[in-house]
Design a protein around this ligand. Structure first.
Ligand SMILES: [Zn+2]
Ligand SMILES: [Zn+2]
Length: 790
C-alpha cells in the first residue's frame, strides 16, 4: 500500500436499484484498479473504493457521468475513511435488508442491445417477444411488492433456465440481476386466440395476428400496462369498425409506426417532438398531421393533430415488422377498453370485456395474448411540444413512478407522508414523501366502479412500493367527488383543497416557488369556496392559502352537467345574459333556430336559478362560443367543443373586445362585448375559423390585461398559469409571451399535466403546508378564502 492510498465511503441515492448500478460500479472500480465493495441498502447503494487519489476522483466523476441508462442519481454523499491494508479485490456484497427509501424505475422501451439480439437469427432470443435486460423492459407494472426481486414480481411464475441463470449471476453481463430476464426456454410465451379466448393453432402467432390486421380485423394486443386495440390505420373500414365497437365516438385514436421515418410520412415533426417520440419513455406525442397523410379519416375526425407513438415492447417491434410485410405502415393502437372504463389487464378480463363475451358486443376479433401477468395497469402517456417545451398531457407509463423532486422549502421539513386523492376527472393520485412527490399513473374518470377499484389499488400500491404509509389525506373541496368521499372515509386527518388553488400550487411546486404568486387559473370546472362553479380565476396564491382577486364574468349553466354535454345550452345562456331572453330569441342564429322550442324553458331555468349553477368557467365559455358559431352544439366528451374551436383556427386575427370591471370586490374579466361581436360576425356570415381566430386573439389580450391588473392590485410579479384550458396551445404559447412583455415572470406546467391530471400534486403540497400550521386530528381542515384555515 503506497502512502498515497485513499479510501472513500459513499452513499448513492436515487433510482439505483434494479437498473444495473452495482455491476456498473463493480466494473468501473475494477477498470480503475480500485478495491472495495458495493451493496444495495435501504437508502440506495453504498460503496467503498480504495486506491490512488486520482483514480478515486476519476471513479466519482464517472460514477455520475457514465451511470447506466435507467439510473437516476439524486445524491452522492462521500466520506473519507482509513485505508484497509489487506483489501485486494472489489466485490459486490449481498443486499442489506431493512426499510427502503430507494426508487423503482418506470417501465421503459426495449433497448438497442436487446433489439439487436432479437433480430439476430443465431441469438438464442431471436424473435423472442419478452427479451429485456437491466437497461430496459417492464418494472413498475410487474412489481407486486418490495424488495424488487423476482419472487415479488409477476415473473415469479417463470423459473430461470441455466443459461438465463448464468447471465443473471454474472456481474459482467448486461442481465446481471435483471429480475424480468427470460428466454424462449424459460420465459413467457405468446399465442393468438379467437374472440372467445381459444388458442388458435399458429406456427407464428405474430404473423397470424398481422394477417388478421391486413384483413381489416380488430386485434387486441396484451402490452406492458394493459391491452391495446389495434387496426390498420390506413383502412377506413377497419378504423370505423374499431371506433364503432369501442363506443369511442369522437376522441382521436393513437397511431403506432415503426420508426421516425414512418412518423414523418404522417406528421410534421419538429426536433423536440421527434426526440420525445424516440425517447425511452415512448409517450404518445401529439403532432400536426401531414397534408394528405395516408390515414383513415376516422383516426382523428376534425382534428389537425395526430397522436403518434413508436413501438416500446419487443412484441410491438415484431408486430409492426410483420404488419409492414403485409403493406401496413401504421396501426391504430388505442387503449383496450370500452369508452371510459379502465384499460383491460388480464387475459380472462380481456375476453370478457373486449373479446366475444363483452356485454355490449365484441370489440376485438382476435387476441394476441401472453402469460406474463400485469400487476398494475398503466396507460400510455401523452405529451405535446408547446412553446419549445415538452408538456405532459397524461403522465403515465414510462414516467411513473419517477418522483418530482421538490425544491427545499416547498414542502415543510418533517412533514409525514401525505396522499392526495386528486380530481374527479383525469384522476391521478400523489404521494408526497419528504421532498419527493410521486404522481401516480393516469387513473381516469371516477364515474365507474372499476375505476374506483383501480384508484384504491393504486393508492395501496404507492404506499407499499414507497414504504410510506400516509398520515394525512388531501382531497378536492367538492363534497360529492368520489375521491373526496374516499378521503374522508380513511379515518386520517383530511385537508380539503380548493380546485384552482391546487392548480396554482402544482405549478409553484414544479418550479420550486414559495411565497405568494399570482395564480392565473384557466380551467373547466371546479368547486369554489362560495359553492359556485369556478373555472376562470385570478388568485393571490401561497402553498398554504389563497385570496381570490378576480374571476371571469359569471353565467348560468342550465342543467348543470347536461350543459357540459350540450354546449348549445351554454351558448344560449351567454346570449340570455348579454341580450336578454326576448332579443336573444329574435337573433337569426342557427342555434336559436335549431333549439327554438327548448329555449323558453332554458330561459326560465336561468331566470329562476333552477338547476342552473353560476359559473366563471373559461372552459365553458369556449364551449358556448363553439356553439354560437355553429361548430359544435353537443359533445361526446368533456372539452371537445373547446378543442374543436382551437382546431378551427388558422392564424390569429383581429381580436374581439373583452372588458375589465370591478364587481363584488373582484376584478372581473367581462366576455360580454366579445359575445356581442361573435353574434355580429356570425350574423354577417363569418365561419367558425374566423370566429375562432378572433376569439383567441381577443381572449389572449383580455386575459393578459386582466392578469396585469391583478399584478398591479396585489403587487405580485410572478404569475403561475394552471388549469385544463392551458391544453390549448394558443393560450399556452401566447399568454407567457404577453405577460412577460408586461414585466411579469411567468411559470407554466411541463413535468406534471396542467389539467386535472396534475391536480393531486398541488393538493399534496398545499396539504403539507396546512400540516405545518397544525391540523385538526381526525377531522377535516379546509382552506378558507382569506388564506387561513377553518
Ligand atoms: Zn435491454
Ligand atoms: Zn431462459
Amino acid at each position: 500500500m503506497s502512502a498515497k492510498t485513499t479510501r472513500e465511503l459513499a452513499r448513492v441515492e436515487g433510482v439505483v436499484q434494479g437498473v444495473g448500478f452495482r455491476p456498473f460500479v463493480y466494473n468501473l472500480a475494477r477498470g480503475l484498479g480500485l478495491t472495495g465493495w458495493v451493496s444495495n441498502t435501504a437508502a440506495g447503494v453504498e460503496l467503498a473504493v480504495q486506491g490512488g487519489g486520482e483514480a478515486v476522483e476519476e471513479f466519482f466523476a464517472r460514477l455520475e457521468t457514465q451511470a447506466p441508462p435507467l439510473a437516476v442519481i439524486h445524491r452522492v454523499e462521500r466520506q473519507t475513511a482509513e485505508p484497509e491494508p489487506g483489501e485486494s479485490e472489489f466485490e459486490i456484497r449481498a443486499s442489506e435488508g431493512g426499510k427502503r427509501s430507494t426508487l423503482i424505475s418506470p417501465d421503459v422501451a426495449v433497448c438497442e442491445a436487446c433489439l439487436a439480439e432479437m433480430l439476430d437469427p443465431v441469438d438464442r432470443r431471436h424473435g423472442y417477444a419478452f427479451i429485456n435486460c437491466t437497461h430496459c423492459g417492464p418494472r413498475y407494472t410487474i412489481i407486486e411488492d418490495l424488495p424488487y426481486d423476482r419472487p415479488l414480481t409477476t415473473m415469479k411464475a417463470f423459473e430461470m433456465c441455466p443459461a438465463c441463470g448464468a447471465e443473471y449471476h454474472d456481474p459482467t453481463d448486461r442481465r446481471f440481476h435483471a429480475q424480468p430476464t427470460a428466454c424462449p426456454v424459460c420465459g413467457p410465451r405468446l399465442w393468438l386466440a379467437d374472440g372467445e379466448g381459444n388458442e388458435l393453432a399458429a406456427d407464428d402467432a405474430v404473423a397470424e395476428a398481422a394477417e388478421a390486421l391486413a384483413k381489416g380485423e380488430v386485434l387486441a394486443v396484451k402490452g406492458l400496462g394493459g391491452f391495446h386495440l389495434a387496426a390498420d390505420a390506413a383502412s377506413e373500414e377497419a378504423v370505423a369498425r374499431l371506433r364503432g365497437r369501442k363506443h369511442r365516438e369522437e376522441k382521436p385514436l393513437a397511431v403506432m409506426v415503426a420508426g421516425l421515418e414512418q412518423a414523418r410520412a404522417l406528421a410534421e415533426l419538429d426536433q423536440a417532438s421527434a426526440e420525445a417520440l424516440a425517447s425511452r419513455e415512448r409517450p404518445i406525442v401529439l403532432v400536426p398531421r401531414r397534408e394528405g397523410a395516408p390515414l383513415a379519416p376516422s383516426v382523428a375526425p376534425r382534428n389537425r393533430l395526430i397522436g403518434l407513438l413508436l413501438p416500446y415492447t419487443p412484441l410491438h417491434h415484431l408486430l409492426l415488422a410483420a404488419a409492414a410485410e403485409r403493406g401496413l405502415k401504421a396501426l391504430v393502437m388505442t387503449s383496450g377498453n370500452v369508452s371510459d372504463e379502465p384499460i383491460c389487464l388480464d387475459n380472462h378480463e380481456a375476453v370478457c370485456r373486449i373479446g366475444a363475451k363483452a356485454a355490449r358486443g365484441a370489440i376485438a376479433d382476435k387476441l394476441l395474448l401472453h402469460n406474463r401477468d400485469i400487476h398494475l395497469r398503466s396507460d400510455d402517456s401523452v405529451v405535446r411540444v408547446v412553446g419549445g417545451a415538452l408538456r405532459q398531457m397524461r403522465r403515465s407509463r414510462g414516467f411513473v413512478p419517477s418522483p418530482l423532486i421538490l425544491a427545499p422549502g416547498v414542502a415543510p421539513e418533517g412533514c409525514p407522508p401525505i396522499l392526495a386523492a386528486g380530481a374527479h376527472q383525469k384522476n391521478t393520485l400523489c404521494l408526497l414523501r419528504g421532498r419527493e412527490a410521486f404522481l401516480s399513473q393516469h387513473v381516469g374518470d371516477l364515474d365507474d366502479l372499476r375505476t374506483l377499484e383501480f384508484f384504491e389499488l393504486t393508492a395501496g400500491h404507492l404506499a407499499r412500493i414507497l414504504e410510506a404509509e400516509p398520515q394525512v389525506i388531501a382531497c378536492d373541496l367538492h363534497p360529492d367527488y368520489l375521491s373526496s368521499k374516499w378521503a374522508v372515509e380513511r379515518g386520517l386527518p383530511v385537508v380539503r383543497v380548493q380546485h384552482h388553488h391546487a392548480h396554482a400550487v402544482a405549478v409553484m411546486a414544479e418550479h420550486g416557488l414559495s411565497g405568494e404568486v399570482l395564480g392565473l387559473c384557466l380551467d373547466g370546472t371546479g368547486f369554489g369556496d362560495d359553492a359556485t362553479v369556478w373555472g376562470g380565476e385570478l388568485l393571490a396564491a401561497r402553498a398554504g392559502g389563497y385570496r381570490r382577486l378576480g374571476r371571469l364574468r359569471r353565467f348560468g349553466l342550465p342543467g348543470g352537467e347536461a350543459a357540459v354535454k350540450e354546449p348549445w345550452r351554454v351558448g344560449w345562456s351567454l346570449l340570455h345574459e348579454v341580450f336578454g331572453p326576448e332579443e336573444a330569441a329574435s337573433l337569426a342564429l342557427g342555434l336559436v333556430e335549431r333549439r327554438g322550442q327548448h329555449l323558453p324553458l332554458i330561459s326560465r331555468m336561468i331566470a329562476q336559478g333552477i338547476n342552473t349553477p353560476l359559473t366563471s368557467s373559461l372552459g365553458r365559455l369556449f364551449d358556448g362560443v363553439a356553439a354560437l358559431c355553429g361548430l359544435r352544439e353537443e359533445v361526446a366528451y368533456e372539452g371537445q367543443a373547446a378543442v374543436e374551436l382551437e382546431q378551427a383556427m388558422q392564424a390569429l386575427a383581429d381580436g374581439y373586445p373583452f372588458a375589465l370591471r370591478e364587481t363584488e370586490g373582484l376584478l372581473e374579466l367581462d366576455w360580454g362585448p366579445a359575445v356581442m361581436a361573435v353574434v355580429e360576425d356570425v350574423l354577417n356570415g363569418a365561419d367558425a375559423a374566423t370566429v375562432s381566430a378572433r376569439f383567441h386573439a381577443g381572449l389572449l389580450a383580455g386575459l393578459s390585461a386582466w392578469a396585469q391588473a391583478g399584478a398591479e392590485l396585489s403587487g405580485l410579479t410572478r404569475a403561475c398559469l394552471g388549469g385544463g384550458c392551458l391544453m390549448n396551445a394558443c393560450l399556452l404559447a401566447g399568454l407567457p409571451a404577453a405577460l412577460e412583455g408586461a414585466g411579469l415572470t411567468v411559470y407554466t406546467a411541463a413535468l406534471a399535466p396542467s389539467n386535472d391530471g396534475g391536480l393531486s400534486l398541488g393538493q399534496a403540497v398545499a396539504a403539507a403546508n396546512a400540516w405545518a400550521n397544525g391540523l385538526d386530528p381526525g377531522g377535516v381542515t379546509t382552506f378558507t378564502p382569506d388564506g387561513g384555515k377553518s
